[in-house]
Design a protein around this ligand. Sequence first.
Ligand SMILES: Cc1cc2nc3c(=O)[nH]c(=O)nc-3n(C[C@H](O)[C@H](O)[C@H](O)COP(=O)(O)OP(=O)(O)OC[C@H]3O[C@@H](n4cnc5c(N)ncnc54)[C@H](O)[C@@H]3O)c2cc1C
Length: 283
Amino acid sequence: MKAAPFDYLRASSLDEAIEALAETPDARVLAGGQSLVPLLNLRQVRPPLVVDINRLDGLSFLHKENGRLEIGALTRHRVVETSAVVHSEVPLLAEALGYVGHVAIRNRGTIGGSLAHADPAAELPAVMVALDAEFRVHGPEGERLITARDFFLGPHRTALGPGELLTRISVPSHRGGSAVEELSRRSRDLALVAVFATVTMSGGVCETARIAIAGAAPTPIRATAAEESLTGRALTADAIAAAADLAAGATDPPGDLHAPADYRREMVAVLTRRAITRAKEGA
Ligand SMILES: Cc1cc2nc3c(=O)[nH]c(=O)nc-3n(C[C@H](O)[C@H](O)[C@H](O)COP(=O)(O)OP(=O)(O)OC[C@H]3O[C@@H](n4cnc5c(N)ncnc54)[C@H](O)[C@@H]3O)c2cc1C
């Protein structure tokens, strides 16, 4: 199938892109095209206008600044995945990117595109929720910051308003250990469920634990009760198992032909146990 007809604008400035998006309801942004183009060709979306942002070079960058990783929305997955600074400052992000499709997809797909697409089973939204990232967006009213936790509103729904573009992702560096554990039907498919964890330890006791889950609710979620149960405690097998059960209890997974809801919930417990154990070993 081929896409329904649409107008095409190759934006040459951020202002031009924002103006066009604000003037045309239902217009779509073309970044890496790895989600948008299949949706167009299947006619699951029929935007009147596609605004191509690939010439906006100012949206493509990656550097460390004040203890944070600053990433331009148009930066390709593969650039981030293979960056030495990402491996040293935010290893959870580098590990998670290895699960996003295949290399050919990661060569084109962008960090901003994955976040704006807001697939509940995708890795990057959950990683950003785990890491308490902040998103800078530009729109007709100027710019504003949105926390990752406030950004995802539902499947393919975000806090982006009409005419707003995601431009920059700011991720705090993290100390300690981290781990991604994912279950999918085939290697590098979208997750049935996935767990993203970071742990810091001090004197044999857990100082902080962060756990985010993908594929188990309409948006990525933080398992806060599980995190609190680990904080200030030795991470024994029993403590980790109890936290894993709390994490599973916080989910509201969908059931479909790929996996029933109960199975996904059970897998959240298994993957949380593995992720916390591995993150502790690296801490
Ligand atoms: C075979 C295959 C396997 C895949 N497997 C996975 C996987 O395992 N995990 C995973 O997470 N993803 C997977 N993907 C999706 C892939 O990661 C996409 O690259 C990503 O979802 C979208 O990024 P993009 O840059 O290609 O965005 P595009 O496809 O260009 O755009 C996606 C959506 O985001 C909007 N958008 C894009 N950029 C912005 C912006 N800066 N501001 C506001 N809105 C914007 C667009 O309007 C559009 O609605 C897969 C894709 C394919 C084709």
